[in-house]
Design a protein around this ligand. Structure first.
Ligand code: PXP
Length: 249
């Protein structure tokens, strides 16, 4: 069955926006794990504007209390990131070619260009007993290159799927991903997927057989508002109305 890994970056972003430790990322991780998710993903960027490197160590410690769950650390393999990953020893490290100025990851690796660089990092991480996944567009010759440089898995970048799904082109949206996943599996690579997956588009995506893991962050947080906003407002209004009653007595 496909595993769900919750990406905690949005919680970290919210925390950082106030300079206090609220919401606490570890508490959110625990709540996700206690709700039955299979793993936690964290994506520290070089400027640490969402997740901080200290979050990575704390999460690695927490995950030891959840032997069934996995920690996935994703990010651009700059030297500081690699040092943190090798110290934290997650179950999986997903390498992402994101530029420090990008709002979010928006493309997979071009292994024609970066193959040698990525290959040495894949080996280094594997020697440290860390499973490696490469963030990839659903492009067949790139997936063949990924196999050639020894990665364990690829993570298919699903933004294009999500966009076309929202436009109503479900079948067309999933086609390239179906072909790419089949190719990767035929080559012996594990297939993960992530980016812009949500409660509306996930089920249709999972008609692709054998997807090992989906990592979901942004939509999961927004959808938590959808499922909890009205109840939260009800509680605020209750407090205020109690006070109003007190004032008129
Ligand atoms: N995979 C990668 C490589 C990402 O960078 C992100 C976003 O940080 C995700 C998956 C999760 O995407 P989303 O937040 O849209 O669910």
């Amino acid at each position: 069955m496909t595993k769900l890994s919750v990406n905690l970056n949005k919680f970290a972003l919210l925390r950082n926006s106030r300079g206090r430790d609220y919401p606490n990322v570890l508490t959110m991780a625990k709540r996700c794990l206690d709700s039955g998710v299979d793993g936690i993903t964290i994506h520290p960027r070089p400027d640490q504007r969402h997740a901080k490197y200290s979050d990575v160590y704390e999460l690695a410690e927490l995950l030891r209390q959840y032997p069934e769950a996995e920690l996935n650390i994703e990010g651009n393999p700059v030297p500081e990131f690699l040092n943190v990953v090798k110290e934290a020893v997650p179950h999986q490290c997903t390498l992402v070619p994101d530029d420090p100025n990008q709002l979010t990851s928006d493309h997979g690796w071009d292994l024609k260009k970066d193959g040698n660089f990525v290959s040495s990092i894949v080996k280094d991480l594997q020697e440290n007993q860390i499973r490696v996944s490469l963030f990839m567009d659903p492009v067949l010759d790139q997936i063949e290159l990924a196999k050639g440089l020894g990665t364990d898995r690829i993570e298919l970048y699903t933004e294009a799927y999500a966009r076309q799904f929202a436009e109503g082109n479900k079948e067309k949206a999933v086609q390239d991903y179906q072909t790419a996943a089949a190719k990767a599996q035929e080559l012996g690579l594990g297939v993960n997927a992530g980016h812009d997956l949500d409660l509306m588009n996930l089920e249709f995506f999972l008609k692709i057989p054998g997807v090992l893991e989906v990592s979901i962050g942004h939509a999961l947080v927004v959808e938590s508002f959808d499922h909890g906003l009205e109840e939260t407002i009800r509680q605020y209004l209750k407090i205020i109305s109690r006070k109003k009653d007190a004032g008129t007595e």
